[in-house]
Design a protein around this ligand. Sequence first.
Ligand code: HEC
Ligand code: HEC
Length: 333
Amino acid sequence: MRVRKLSLTLAAAAAVAAAGMVVAQDQEPIQPIAPPAQINLGLVELGKKLYFDPRLSKSGFISCNSCHNLSMGGTDNIPTSIGDKWQQGPINAPTVLNSSLNVAQFWDGRAADLKEQAGGPIANPGEMAFSHTLAIDMLQSIPAYQREFKQNFGKDKIDIDQVTLAIAEFEKTLVTPNSRFDQWLLGRTDALTAQELAGYKLFKESGCIACHNGPAVGGNAFHKMGVVQPYKATSAAEGRSAVTGQEIDRFTFKVPTLRNVELTYPYFHDGAANTLTEAVDVMGRLQLGKHFTPDENAKIVAFLKTLTGDQPAFQLPMLPPSSDATPRPNPFK
Ligand code: HEC
Ligand code: HEC
């Protein structure tokens, strides 16, 4: 199993460390991603089904995986998402990978945790456009779901808390350990090339690390977009001030994780930067007042690409079929 293999990897790394090789981990401002701990496997299996089940949407077509595609770094790779009836979403979909490490969920942090977040999209008219009641009716009409919920929660009635708990438990497994950068942190000195290491050095010395740090290389704080120079966004989102009501939080966003950033293009809350080269250039100028040369930029990009870890590996869940009593989807009205 995947989890066991990963802990063996860590054990192997620890053995390398014990053998006296350089271990930088303790001094570095970025820490390795740990495999998921204390996971309820039954709940994960249920949550995985729900994550992939488009019947939680009005159209019967949109699942969590539509916008957070686990074959594409947990994102949709488009500037802003497509919701019910092809509606254009207001903001870029962040990755679900390593989202359990976030200080809060959403760009403005308006959901405290994954469980609270998971209720949002199902009932959001611009996303899955369903309601919690309709979602429960759908699940309750399918005997195999009834049984699986009962096995996990011991109750006859399904409720939305059970649904969001299960999805959140599955999301906790979506961590991506064992990137080349983490191998380097854990003591494999040859895991990075000289160019990648030079990029990491620039990332630290230029000041990127002040905001992008910790295991997720971000996700743990809110900061202004456009510290030195203003950012002209193509989206109307105002950032954290929408949650706090404080003027000082205007245009402050959760610092995105840079884990797997090679896979999660396009970048920024409005999805306006198509490439890492562009994102690094904008960050340098707007956040730090630094103009990187093409060579410096390429080094930082090379470093960022070492943050791609093992992607979640599991069998696609088979969803239980609808019963005669299951309400039918409504894709076009
Ligand atoms: C129509 C596209 C769409 C669907 C469907 C969708 N999401 Fe999202 N998701 C988004 C967008 C866009 C955001 C960012 C919204 C914001 O920050 O205001 C987001 C944010 C999130 C976040 C927060 C990540 C972070 O770093 O802040 C998580 C976790 C998440 N979604 C999980 C889910 C789950 C679980 C489902 C299914 C129940 C789901 N999403 C369905 C588009 C979608
Ligand atoms: C003052 C804090 C701060 C500093 C310093 C900073 N960033 Fe950021 N970074 C952010 C915030 C906030 C965002 C999200 C901005 C937005 O989307 O509007 C972000 C976004 C990014 C993104 C896009 C990620 C995504 O998924 O959309 C990349 C890549 C990035 N930063 C790299 C860097 C690099 C490289 C540096 C150093 C040159 C740097 N950052 C310096 C706060 C910072």
